[in-house]
Design a protein around this ligand. Structure first.
Ligand code: PFF
Length: 459
């Protein structure tokens, strides 16, 4: 059965869908947390340089592989060189695991929209916000139901198709997200006392430029730009031959970085006002425990909270859709299943893995898995921690490394440049710089991240 391959209906639609994939939970709560943890302005500066120098060239490489082959991530590598089909396999496996926990976290976000929409009653415990969240994720069934609702929404959009599902939804949600974020920024920077947080973000302290800041910024950049997993191969495969890949990649990276920085402007000043510098933590607890406490501390905070969680929901939904789409494209093209059948075939094992992620945080059953930490040997960790470490610390950098080496040395930058130039010529110096980065600089830098994050067992 030969189906006509889908394409984006417009260049703007493609850019918004790809930016929708990139802009996600990573931008809105991970990034501000990292700015706090790694010393403010220095981290922001390092991050911008790394996105421009490494993230952007790797994204162009991924998009060019996709557009050349017009295939899903595994099919693409197989078509270019059969021996490297496994590189696509690394991508699909990573995406499958990420989707299993992204849908649970997406479900938490939906729950918090519900809580804020119904009056933000967090109870009267000593630490009400912490207790509320801890009690919620400790329940065996409720988080699973919210996670299932989130997954169903993603399935609905993906089954509708590339241009009439994903592109349409992104064209509405992305501008809405931007407006909501601007409203949050305006509220945050006009709060009395916001100056201190702004000064923290905008001051570049030389002592904050160190290896930790650099490794933190590198890891964040790949996750945030959605590179290293084959999403951009899949999304690139729907780009018509006469569209500008490079210009589109510039817009996607710029939008993603702008949203991350705006999110820092929306969050850091309010955290400083209510909790002080120590309030900036990292990880899931930050959005679900520290921020509700922050929102309760100033006038209009409940409305701010509602807007913030709606924003987080839009961001999470468009990212999760891109993950599911990349897996669905693989199943439907390789096994010739319809999109609906492919989605159902995928959702069943995904739900099982999601349940493990959710239940491993519940009181009822602490599911543990072994994890090899080079500095400490084998340890038994909760399943949710293993899933996150497996993707963030191991598979994403490994995927990004494999994609660069493949584009740089196996398929070859000459072929990649030929594909990129199908829409117009670029100056020699740009092509040479890009080839150098993909062949030498990016692999080296990624190998360094892998060494540090695995060697020191950092999350
Ligand atoms: N880039 C998304 C974020 O910043 O939250 C996360 C993400 C999306 C990761 C898609 C992986 C992925 F395949």
């Amino acid at each position: 059965m030969h189906q006509k391959r889908s394409q984006w209906a417009s260049n703007v639609g493609f850019i918004l869908a790809a930016a929708g994939s990139a802009v996600g939970l990573g931008n809105i709560w991970k990034f501000p947390g990292k700015v706090g943890a790694y010393g403010g302005g220095a981290f922001i500066l390092c991050y911008i340089i790394i996105v421009a120098l490494i993230g952007f060239p790797v994204m162009v490489a991924e998009l060019s592989i996709g557009r050349r082959t017009q295939k899903n991530v595994i099919g693409a590598f197989r078509q270019l060189d059969k021996r490297f089909t496994f590189v696509g396999g690394i991508g699909v496996l990573t995406l499958f695991v990420i989707m299993s926990y992204y849908s649970i976290v997406g479900g938490w976000v939906m729950k918090y929209i519900w809580v804020y929409a119904s009056g933000a009653h967090f109870g009267a415990a000593v630490n009400p916000y912490q207790t509320y969240f801890a009690d919620f994720i400790a329940k065996p069934v409720e988080p699973l139901l919210w996670g299932a609702a989130f997954l169903l929404l993603c399935i609905y959009v993906v089954v509708k198709g590339v241009s009439s599902g994903i592109e349409r939804v992104s064209k509405v949600l992305m501008p809405a997200l931007f407006l909501l974020l601007l409203a949050c920024v305006i509220r945050a920077v006009t709060l009395p006392g916001a100056k201190e947080g702004l000064a923290f973000m905008l001051t570049i302290r030389p002592e904050s430029f160190n290896g930790n800041t650099l490794v933190g910024a590198l890891g964040q950049a790949f996750f945030s730009l959605s590179v290293g997993m084959g999403i951009m191969v899949t999304y690139g495969s729907y780009v018509p031959k006469d569209d500008h890949l490079v210009k589109s990649a510039v817009s996607i990276c710029a939008l993603d970085t702008m949203v991350a920085i705006l999110a820092a402007f929306a969050i850091i000043p309010v955290v400083f006002v209510t909790l002080g510098a120590e309030g900036l933590g990292m990880g899931g607890g930050f959005a679900f425990m520290a921020l509700p406490e922050v929102f309760a501390g100033f006038p209009g905070g409940k409305l701010f909270g509602l807007v913030f969680f709606i924003l987080l929901f839009f961001a999470a939904l468009t990212s999760a859709i891109s993950i599911l789409e990349s897996c669905v494209a693989f199943i439907s093209e390789e096994f010739h299943f319809s999109r609906l059948k492919s989605t159902i075939v995928l959702s069943v094992p995904m739900t099982v893995l999601s349940a493990g992620y959710s239940l491993s945080q519940s009181d009822a059953r602490g599911i543990k898995l072994p994890w090899l930490d080079f500095s400490q040997g084998f340890t038994m960790l909760p399943m949710n921690a293993v899933m996150e470490k497996f993707t963030d610390n191991l598979m994403i950098p490994l995927g990004a490394l494999a994609f660069c080496l493949f584009a740089g040395w196996v398929w070859g930058t000459k072929n990649a440049v030929e594909e990129i130039e199908s829409e117009g010529r670029y100056p020699m110096v740009m092509k040479r710089t890009w080839s150098f980065i993909v062949r030498f600089l990016a692999p080296l830098v990624i190998a360094v991240i892998l060494y540090f994050t695995l060697g020191r067992g950092e999350g």
